[in-house]
Design a protein around this ligand. Structure first.
Ligand code: AKG
Length: 298
């Protein structure tokens, strides 16, 4: 069976050793050097807010990072670059194309996990293409995932499951119940080695199961991609970012910077400084009558 046939029928596909080792090791080095040592609040997946790190007893980051590839924090410059180099690499985009057959994809969302679990869910409740059902996500192992660590799972073929009546706040609870009743026997937990990528469709039920050994991390990245030509949205707002999207520095990154809130205190400080400098400028450099044209020419 060809890759795209397996992806279409099972809703997922594992591409072994898809990412070259240097791309992974650059990212991992930057994660330990820049991210783990960062004292400033960083954007988090679960709250969508800027929060400082929480570490567990083994020293692992328990709150996944959201969209660090477009962070404005200059201290994370190498990390940001390393994520883009990996997520937009020719290797990743080719593997994505082999799975979906769409010629081009834009990158919408990145998350980084070191130690946390995610309840069973389908992504299309939270983010998806418009028309729905065509987003593909990639789970990249940034280290060899130990069998006793927290592990990513999928339910093959579950992409046809639909529950339209649930609102998002109840959705996770409802899905956990449904998963327990209907799907626990169908779970697949692929063995993931560093550089392997698991692609899954936005309608597939997936999540991660808690490990038995808290001293084993599960350093991993997820990237969500939209085929070129599709809109972007989710269940409650199916098309809130229609095409055409702005590309970021020629890279296939369609997720707009404007969607990322700045840390609130920094934002307030920046706007205060801006207002202050405008006031000062008006006070000291008030144009004398007749000189406005000259000033504009300078
Ligand atoms: O790795 C995980 O815990 C789950 C990631 C996930 O569900 C996602 O990125 O949509």
């Amino acid at each position: 069976m060809k890759a795209f046939q397996k992806y279409a029928s099972d809703g997922y596909l594992v591409a072994r050793s898809a990412i070259p080792q240097p791309l992974v090791s650059n990212l991992v080095t930057a994660f330990y050097d820049e991210v783990k040592t960062c004292m400033e609040p960083l954007l988090r997946m679960s709250t969508k807010k800027f929060e400082p790190h929480h570490f567990d007893a083994a020293g692992f980051m328990t709150e996944p990072l959201l969209n660090p590839h477009i962070t404005r924090n200059r201290k994370l410059a190498s990390f940001r670059q390393a994520i883009l180099d990996l997520a937009c690499s020719g290797e990743m985009l080719r593997a994505l194309h082999n799975a979906t057959l769409w010629p081009k994809h834009g990158l919408y969302q990145i998350m980084i996990f070191e130690q946390s679990t995610t309840p069973p869910h389908q992504d299309w409740y939270f983010l998806d293409t418009y028309p729905p059902g065509c987003m593909t996500a990639a789970w990249v192992a940034l280290e060899d995932i130990d069998p006793t660590a927290t592990r990513f799972f999928v339910v093959p073929g579950s992409q046809d499951f639909e529950r339209t009546e649930d609102s998002i706040p109840r959705y996770m609870e409802a899905m956990t119940e449904i998963f327990k009743k209907q799907y626990t026997d169908n779970v697949v937990i692929p063995d993931m080695k560093v550089g392997d990528v698991l692609f899954w469709n936005s309608r597939l039920i997936h999540g991660s199961l808690a490990g038995t050994n808290p001293t084993r991390s599960r350093l991993s990245l997820t990237a969500h991609y939209i085929p070129d030509g599709f809109g972007f949205g989710h269940r409650n707002n199916p098309n809130y970012l229609p095409q055409p999207h702005k590309l970021v520095k020629g890279r296939p990154i369609s997720y707009l910077d404007d969607h990322i809130p700045g840390p609130p205190t920094m934002k307030r400080l920046a706007s205060r400084i801006r207002r202050f400098s405008v006031r000062q400028k008006n006070r000291f450099f008030r144009p004398r009558s007749g000189s406005a044209g000259q000033e504009a020419d300078l």
